[in-house]
Design a protein around this ligand. Structure first.
Ligand code: PMP
Length: 444
């Protein structure tokens, strides 16, 4: 093999898929570009399952501990790893950096006077400040919300189910958890993972018909995977509890039409700023008893949440809020991110309309209180429906595009989800491969 070239291998990886079996277990978990050892290169290139290694140029960098040939992998999984935001944070590297001394964060506790005893006061302050600036939640009005922080909002989804369902007496059925399809593909797994006796997954909310039973409905708005603006569909407020998953209710994704003021709302830094790796999510909870139970869940399952991550998240949110000030000397984070995503959507739509193979949803234009202008929803994901082919994800896969199949979201195989929040090079590769399916190869 040549001495200095780079092989780009697109591998199927996401947090919900198995590691790539033909890579070493350590490498199989990798999500970003990294150097491979010569043995890994040989293994990778020799394997027929590798989605065609592409030879591109000499990167001009060689890790002295690695012998040539040099290779790296680009993971372009069907998950929603929000690496698109890296470009902004590279510019803000110094401003958003946090230094933690060895003497910091030793105690489990952060503020024993707070109901949320593990919540870092600085994080609470920055969460409230950002919501007030963006005006996506009514935090400044008379309403009081308790903030419950979790290890990602994934942990808080379970905490909410724990808090909202009744401890069952013998013979009781668990509370049914439903969400209108297409729903976020992790909800069924999160709900049923520990086979709780208190709650269980019930599938599509539109087909939930048991009139006499308590239920929990998840309302994701804008929705993952299809970006739709949603409201509850099970109309029985006295029997059911609603959990609003507002992971995408931020101005880069959608117009902020009014401050949300629901009883239980979930947010995550993963989608707000792109820091999925810091694993910080927060719930805004109106009822003190519900908040207490959610805190108990986090207490018992992980004895609080990493203070290091909380302090980092606080700094990141602070930088975002600072960037939104009219006197800011840095680029507005939401404007920057929206522009990139908008440009990607325009390119995707242009490409898709060339041939009559796929459809993409259209989104309404509404007044955004944050932008003080009209804006449309530009979701983090493309939700595509194939017109002719039965299995959309399979069709994409044949062209080495890794989408997540509609069946994982509770709908048919004619749908698939692709991520629009990957890095530029991955997105360009995606468009290039889509253009081949469309018969308009961008390379030619
Ligand atoms: N809710 C929705 C709708 C999501 O899309 C995601 C992430 N894909 C989550 C929750 C989980 O986010 P976190 O990284 O905070 O666990």
């Amino acid at each position: 093999m040549g001495a200095a070239w780079i092989a780009i291998v697109t591998a199927r990886l996401s947090q919900h898929d198995d590691p790539v079996p033909w890579l070493s277990p350590k490498l199989g978990q990798a999500r970003t570009m990294r150097w491979l050892t010569p043995e890994e290169v040989d293994l990778t290139l020799a394997d027929p399952k590798v989605a065609d290694p592409e030879v591109v140029e000499d990167p001009g960098v060689a890790d002295p501990s690695m012998v040539c040939p040099v290779a790296c992998i680009v993971i372009s999984g069907p998950g929603g790893d929000p690496t698109m935001f890296e470009a902004y944070w590279k510019k803000m590297s110094e401003r958003s950096a946090v230094t933690l001394a060895g003497s910091q964060s030793l105690s489990y506790n952060s503020d024993t006077k707070n109901l949320s005893w593990y919540l870092e006061p600085k994080l609470e302050q920055e969460i409230r400040r950002l919501h007030a600036i963006v005006s996506n939640v009514a935090v400044e009005e008379d309403d009081h919300y308790y903030i419950v922080v979790g290890t990602g909002s994934s942990q808080l989804i379970q905490a909410a189910f724990y808090a909202l369902s009744q401890p069952p007496d013998a013979g009781d059925r668990p509370t049914t958890v439903v969400c209108a399809a297409p729903y976020y593909s992790a909800y069924p797994e999160i709900t049923d993972l520990v086979r709780s006796r208190c709650f269980k997954w019930g599938g599509d909310a539109r087909s939930f018909e048991r009139d006499d039973e308590p239920f929990i409905e998840l309302v994701t708005t804008p929705n993952n995977p299809d970006g739709a603006i949603r409201e509850p569909v099970v109309n029985r407020p006295h029997q059911g509890k609603v959990v609003y998953d507002l992971a995408y209710y931020w101005p880069h994704f959608t117009p902020i039409t009014s401050p949300a003021n629901h009883d239980l709302m979930l947010f995550t830094i993963s989608k707000c700023t792109g820091h999925a790796g810091s694993r910080i999510g927060w719930a805004l909870v109106r009822d003190k008893e519900v908040a207490k139970k959610m805190i108990k869940f986090v207490d018992v399952s992980t004895i609080g949440v990493s203070k290091d991550s909380q302090l980092r998240a606080a700094k990141i949110l602070e930088t975002v809020s600072d960037s939104c000030s009219t006197a800011a000397d840095i680029e507005n984070f939401f404007v920057f991110s929206r522009n990139i995503l908008k440009e990607r959507w325009n390119r995707l739509r242009e490409l898709v309309k060339v041939a009559d193979l796929f459809t993409l949803l259209k989104y309404p234009i509404q007044y955004c209180r944050f932008a003080k202008d009209m804006a449309d929803t530009i979701p983090a994901f493309g939700w595509i429906e194939s017109k002719g082919e039965e299995d959309c994800a399979e069709l994409l896969k044949k062209h080495k595009i890794l989408g997540r199949c509609g069946t994982k979201f509770g709908v048919g195989k004619q749908f698939a989800r692709i991520s629009l929040v990957s890095k530029d090079e991955e997105f360009n590769l995606l468009l290039q491969r889509l253009s081949i399916i469309q018969g308009t190869d961008l390379n030619h």
